[in-house]
Design a protein around this ligand. Structure first.
Ligand SMILES: NC(=O)c1ccc[n+]([C@@H]2O[C@H](COP(=O)([O-])OP(=O)(O)OC[C@H]3O[C@@H](n4cnc5c(N)ncnc54)[C@H](O)[C@@H]3O)[C@@H](O)[C@H]2O)c1
Length: 355
């Protein structure tokens, strides 16, 4: 992948966010030319500034809901590969601002697809949705790519809608059957689970909640839903899937257009309580108390079936749950306590993962 991405023009939406900052750093290490399109970072601290990314890429602070602004960026920058991550990604915030969530996640995605359709430079597009796009039956079976979509909360429904819109663009404008005649780009949808790793300080997420309680406010970690089982995975796991997928699409593997699940190994489907215990063990602190809050519905059990990615793409999750926790909490430990240069430390984690 390193050779492939060298000198490629890659546009990332959501590059100021948690996953986008990691993706930007990986691509910079591979000497890709990165263009970033997002709102300015909205947490303090944030990984985008910690890694000093603004100075290393072509940076746009621009709203994906603004179609004219997106058109101009695509015309000026002529990206070859597009990773679309920009979104309002928090379930609980989607209850406070359903319309903002719907407009960013649905129309923002439609705008990105529309400008990709018009841009002759674009060859490969990966649209990032989520495991929450599936109609959640709260059962133990894992969801496959062709299972029905749904969404109880506004976030899940907005992502399911974005997924459906993307599929419609694939059928209508990026149909693999018309590839090379009517269009020259291939599009895929990537659905991942609960992503963790160093450098996330978002609201209403377990890891940032743990970190802020320990290092910012010196309080107990409050856990809303201790028995909820989530598919925890380190951020580099789904990112490696997105990167593999974009490369294959660029290389004209038209059969790979469509939806993909990128979930963790079975041992990483664990409860919030088990994860909080693991954090306490690694950090040596982090007492938690359970403060149930059922006022806003959140899914309890969600498993992804990743057999398609394993069999067809050759992707698979590499890290055990223990390794995922170690990478995550040791990153914060280094940031707050050990003080090794954080860009170097982040790159060390990236390099050891890639190896
Ligand atoms: N973190 C997870 O556990 C997880 C799990 C599954 C899917 N996802 C998906 O992955 C993607 C990235 O998530 P994240 O955790 O990095 O989120 P994040 O909140 O850290 O980052 C979101 C990014 O989107 C940008 N953004 C938001 N609204 C925008 C707008 N209107 N215009 C332009 N940019 C806008 C933000 O500026 C930021 O760069 C999202 O699409 C999310 O739905 C995340």
């Amino acid at each position: 992948m390193k050779n492939f991405y060298k000198n490629k023009k890659v546009l990332i939406t959501g590059h100021t966010g948690f996953k986008g900052s990691w993706l930007t750093q990986v691509l910079l290490n591979w000497e890709a030319e990165v263009v970033g399109v997002s709102l300015a970072p909205n947490t303090e601290p944030n990984l985008f500034e910690i890694l000093g990314l603004k100075a290393k890429i072509k940076n746009y602070f621009s709203d994906i809901r603004n179609l004219e602004a997106m058109k101009k960026i695509f015309i000026d920058e002529k990206p070859e590969i597009v990773f679309h991550l920009a979104a309002q990604p928090i379930v609980r915030l989607s209850y406070d601002d359903p319309l903002g969530t719907l407009s960013t996640n649905i129309m923002g995605t439609a705008n990105i697809l529309e400008v990709c359709k018009e841009a002759t430079s674009v060859k490969s597009v990966v649209i990032i949705t989520t495991d929450k796009v599936y109609e959640n039956k709260e059962w133990h079976y894992a969801y496959r790519e062709n299972d029905p979509l749904g969404g109880h909360d506004p976030y899940s429904s907005s992502k399911a809608a974005a997924d459906i819109v993307t599929n419609s663009y694939i059928q209508s404008f990026f149909n693999p059957e018309d590839f090379g005649t009517k269009h020259n780009a291939l599009v895929a949808i990537a659905r991942a689970g609960n992503v963790i790793g160093g450098g996330d300080w978002a609201e209403y997420r377990l890891i940032p909640d743990v970190i802020k309680a320990i290092y910012h406010t010196d309080t107990h970690v409050e856990i809303r839903n201790p028995e909820a089982v989530r598919p925890w995975q380190h951020v580099l796991e789904p990112l490696s899937g997105y990167l593999m997928l974009a490369e294959e699409l660029y290389n004209k593997k038209k059969e790979l257009s469509g939806a993909w699940n990128f979930g963790p190994n079975n041992d990483s489907f664990v409860s919030v309580r088990v994860l909080a215990e693991g954090a306490k063990e690694i950090l040596g602190k982090g007492e938690y108390k359970i403060n149930p809050d059922t006022t806003k519905h959140e899914a309890n059990l969600l498993k992804l079936d990743i057999n398609k990615a394993i069999a067809v793409l050759g992707w698979k999750p590499l890290l055990s749950f223990k390794e995922t926790l170690d990478l995550t909490f040791n990153w914060y430990k280094n940031y707050y306590e050990n003080g090794e240069d954080i860009v170097e430390y982040t790159n060390k984690q990236i390099n050891s993962f890639l190896k």
